[in-house]
Write a protein that binds this ligand. Structure first.
Ligand code: FAD
Length: 497
């Protein structure tokens, strides 16, 4: 078992009876906090409103005309610099299900190249930063020579910014790019290509601080930091099945399908909750109230549950907006894409992944040679409310433009998953609204990708927030915890040169 970054695990059966914790919300933040607190010896109860763990990163079953599928609500990727999420995968025994590329390699298809579609690649070499990307940039066909030179210069300037400088939080990324000579083409073919997928916002709607954090950490910290990984199994296998097993093994009591309607503190200073649909205050199962309460729910729910006085200006939580992600799921009757994924420019299509294996389609009865593609559309304000028929009419011809083999193929299934509040909106000024884990109420901590992690809303941010909440709680309880959180951009033992 991977040691907790917060300290040694208490031997099973020898957990100190005294201290207990209640974690509300079984997304990645809450699951992480529960594991970390249990590993440090607390008696932990995790309460999740839905009948499954995993929060915003989950899977469901679909009987498709092409076969039985396990569908992810949206394609999720990580980068090698996401060290906390990799700790989580290790902790739940899922590392092997989420391999990383040996070296960053992103095929970028331009639907409107001079003579039809044109392929470019964003790749790294083994050279040190920033030379690791220079060969790729020098030959990137989607930008002119002059644009490439200006991109290189802007990247170096970005590397000199301090993402934690409060002045950067209030500024927008697009303005900074313009001031650094970036053409609309460079923004589309490079900065937004990466930024929209990682920030869930175009440069116009992104805080310069968060953008600087993403580009510095991913592209300018270590050569391998931006190597991409994605799950080869459904997200539900990682974030529900394996996570649940790890929670059980750690001694955590997990209550699924249990929505918390209110929280309160007893006169003795212990935390209780009222479960929705059940009258009266109830302490967590088998306890007389908890020493620690972690609220690992989205910002709106946190605002509704926060007791008076727990946060200065609690209304700021309601000013943290949300941003949508839409995934279009297309099943062709044959192979139309011979790569695991690609990104597109000159088209409304953003990123496309082959999900034939991960969904269980390959080899399923009746599937034949069918291929399942997920088209992942971030910052999808234009699409989130479009009817399925309109999305079909908009995107299938685009896929045919990008993938010649799709032109003669039959579409066996087309469906859409929409997450209106997929992430918090990383707009300028959002940084000052995000609270850190400790609150003014003793024993009460906040977690969630929307809290002050320094990261955009990602799985990495969610896990970091859960670790931060656990660390703050353990510090307040006077419990020692040894290993610090992995530093942003820090390498892992798996770092490839
Ligand atoms: C379509 C999509 C694509 C994404 N792509 C990526 C990606 O490629 N890479 C990446 O790193 N991140 C990605 N993300 C973001 C990532 O999934 C989230 O940042 C992360 O999962 C958030 O975890 P969390 O624990 O902070 O919050 P959540 O997942 O929102 O968890 C909060 C939990 O609290 C529960 N809850 C709420 N209220 C109550 C209550 N009153 N009582 C009990 N339980 C309650 C909810 O049911 C939920 O399970 C994507 C998200 C989406 C939706």
């Amino acid at each position: 078992m991977t040691p907790s970054p917060l300290g040694p695990a208490a031997p099973a059966g020898r957990r100190p009876a005294g201290r207990s914790a209640l974690v509300i919300g079984g997304g990645l933040a809450g699951t992480t906090a529960a594991l970390a607190l249990a590993d440090a010896g607390l008696r932990v109860t995790l309460v999740e409103g839905r009948p499954r763990l995993g929060g915003l990163a989950f899977s469901f079953h679909r009987s498709s005309p092409a076969g039985e599928l396990t569908v992810d609500n949206g394609q999720h990727v990580l980068l090698r610099c996401c060290t906390a999420y990799q700790w989580f995968l290790d902790r739940v025994g899922a590392t092997r299900l989420v391999p990383l590329q040996d070296r960053l390699d992103v095929p970028v298809l331009d639907a409107e190249g001079p003579s039809g579609r044109r392929l470019g690649r964003l790749r790294r070499t083994a050279l040190p930063v920033p030379l690791h990307l220079s060969a790729s940039l020098a030959t990137y066909p989607h930008l002119s020579l002059a644009e490439r030179a200006l991109v290189g210069r802007a990247a170096l300037a970005l590397g000199r910014l301090d993402p934690e400088d409060p002045a950067l939080d209030g500024a927008d990324f697009a303005g900074w790019l313009r001031r650094h000579g970036q053409s609309p083409r460079a923004v589309e073919a490079l900065w937004d290509l990466v930024g929209v997928a990682t920030l869930n916002a175009t440069a116009h709607n992104a805080s310069l601080g968060l953008a600087a954090m993403v580009f510095k950490t991913g592209l300018l910290s270590r050569p391998g930091a931006a190597d991409i990984g994605w799950a080869r199994a459904p997200l539900g296998e990682l974030h529900h099945t394996r996570a649940h097993r790890a929670l059980d093994a750690a001694g955590v009591t997990t209550e699924l399908g249990t929505r918390v309607a209110a929280v309160s503190r007893t006169p003795e200073g212990r935390w209780s909750v009222r479960r929705a649909g059940r009258p009266g205050e109830e302490p967590p199962a088998g306890a007389d109230g908890a020493d620690v309460l972690v609220l690992a729910v989205p910002q709106r729910e946190a605002h509704a549950l926060l007791p008076d006085g727990a946060l200065k200006d609690p209304g700021r939580l309601l000013r943290i907006g949300t941003a949508p992600i839409v995934n279009l799921h297309v099943i062709y009757d044959r192979t139309v894409l011979r790569r695991p994924f690609f990104a597109a420019i000159g088209s409304p299509v953003q990123w496309v992944f082959d999900r034939t294996d991960a969904s269980g389609l390959r080899g399923a009865p009746g599937a034949g040679d069918s291929q399942y593609l997920a088209v992942s559309q971030s910052a999808a304000y234009d699409d989130v409310d479009r009817p399925v028929a309109e999305l079909r009419a908009r995107y299938l011809p685009e896929l045919e433009r990008l993938l010649p083999l799709a032109r003669g193929a039959r579409v066996r299934d087309f469906f859409v998953t929409r997450e209106r509040a997929a992430t918090f909106a990383p707009v300028p000024g959002v940084g000052r609204l995000r609270p850190s884990a400790p609150t003014d109420a003793p024993g009460l901590y906040l977690a969630g990708a929307w809290t002050a992690t320094g990261w955009p809303a990602t799985m990495e941010g969610a896990v970091r927030s859960g670790l931060s909440a656990a660390r703050a709680a353990l510090t307040d309880l006077g419990r020692p915890h040894v290993n610090p959180l992995p530093a942003p951009g820090g390498g892992t033992p798996k770092e490839a040169a």
